[in-house]
Design a binder for this molecule. Sequence first.
Ligand code: DMJ
Length: 460
Amino acid sequence: YIPLMMKFAWENYRRYAWGKNELRPLTRNGHIGNMFGGLRGASIVDSLDTLYIMGLTQEFEEAKEWVENNLDLNSNGEASLFEVNIRYVGGLLSAYYLTGAEVFKKKVVELGEKLLPAFNTPTGIPRGVINLGSGTSWSWGWASAGSSILAEFGTLHLEFVHLTELSGNPVFTEKVMNIRKVLNKIEKPHGLYPNFLSPVSGNWVQHHVSIGGLGDSFYEYLIKSYLMSDKTDEEAKKMYYSAMDAIEANLVQKSPGGLTYIAEWRGGILDHKMGHLACFSGGMVGIGADDGELTKRQHYLDLAAEITHTCHESYSRSATKLGPEAFRFDAGAEATATRLSDRYYILRPEVIESYMYMWRLTHDPKYRQWGWEAVEALEHHCRVEAGFSGIRDVYATTVSHDNMQQSFFLSETLKYLYLLFSDDDLLSLEDWVFNTEAHPLPIIRRNCPPEREDAEEAPE
Ligand code: DMJ
């Protein structure tokens, strides 16, 4: 069933928005946006691996042909280093590792080289925005005092290590190892990592800590760097488990109704809010359980299950059975949005992502049931005539659509759903880690090349 949803999303993108970045399903046109500079085809690059593993061969071939003939890397314009890395670099890397087609390798190394000037700062911490044509880089206008964002410069490691693997050029790995060096040198309040860092002085700019937006995938990439190194990257391991200790000591809370959640921290004061983005952490804590100290294994598995349960509650307490952008645990609220501005759902994957990991780790059938509830809700409320759309208010019985089919819906939401209902050996967690856009990257085993996943063997 999930491949049919993918086919529907893909065909509408192809019909109305081909070559643009994303589909606007209500107005039936393409969206370019301002995250990718002059790069185009974000939905195509983000979909390559999903199409491939679902066995949508003809669609995959069209996508590949577009990359070969139309993906123009010589573009100007302001691009987000983070978004280009997770969607384009990640998407091309996975397409290469799954298929072995040289075109993906050539393109990804070329693109990786274009990102390098962003690291030319006094500390080597990259700035958030780069012009891929001129190499000029700068910080986001909205980030305090010219700072770089933890979740952005902290979400490059997996892709850059693989760029070195493919190109033989050590520079990519050197750049991301230097980021770690800076982070390890600097004092951390209560062991926590604030979200804003100056790329000039290497000091924190503000004391806002979050496992949701602005912080999220930094933590994810610590544990995944360790796993992707075949458990040899001891530094990443140490950083991850000490960050987890600080998070548990300072941010993890229990609501009056017994729900576990991860609050945000502003200079020592807790904000009792959890973003949809923070719901990836159920899966993260789950995959990190194996290598915690033995006595902590069960503790981490329990924490992962509790967080995933809370995130499911944020879905089941809404009229649409889809979850809001942020939910709160104050003023009597328990896993519900209290502000109008937090009530939207933009086809995000994080809750389903945690269901997928928890299913693989525990085989508790409730995770598949919860995933199926999400499929039904997506079909009911987000499917429109020409694609899938986000909705403006998950609590409203008459839905209002936002007219956007995000590229991460094809790359992540549908892929995680598919994996949730597939056998464990499809992209086994023993062999692959997923980047934060759900693009699978092989675990690097010295002297042992990754085996290719065969689309023919994938389940229907
Ligand atoms: C995706 O692009 C990635 O998962 C990122 O880490 C966070 N936001 C979106 C999906 O919600």
